[in-house]
Design a protein around this ligand. Structure first.
Ligand SMILES: [Zn+2]
Length: 88
């Protein structure tokens, strides 16, 4: 290839930066760390499957649903849908 590996590397670097930026933005909306064993809102145990599915999860299903509903009401869009699309 005439452009050589340096130019390709620069493009890859840009892609990496974009991906990292996206991950950082997604993470800034989520709590960090391995997640909580108990809901920070009501203290109920959070099932391990849920903690595995959502790294850094801090709310039980009940509280998360209540929070999601609040988010939809206040922001006017489906936050769960946008969370999924950020990971693609
Ligand atoms: Zn809860």
């Amino acid at each position: 290839m005439a452009t050589g590996w340096a130019a390709e590397g620069a493009v890859q670097e840009q892609i990496d930066a974009t991906v990292k930026d996206g991950i950082r933005r997604a993470q800034s909306r989520l709590p960090n760390g391995p997640g909580h064993a108990n809901c920070i809102n009501c203290g109920d145990a959070i099932p391990e499957a849920r903690r595995n599915a959502i790294p850094g999860v801090s709310l039980c299903v009940k509280c998360q649903e209540a929070e999601d509903q609040d988010a939809v009401l206040f922001s006017g869009y489906n936050r769960r849908g946008s969370k999924d699309s950020q990971l693609r």
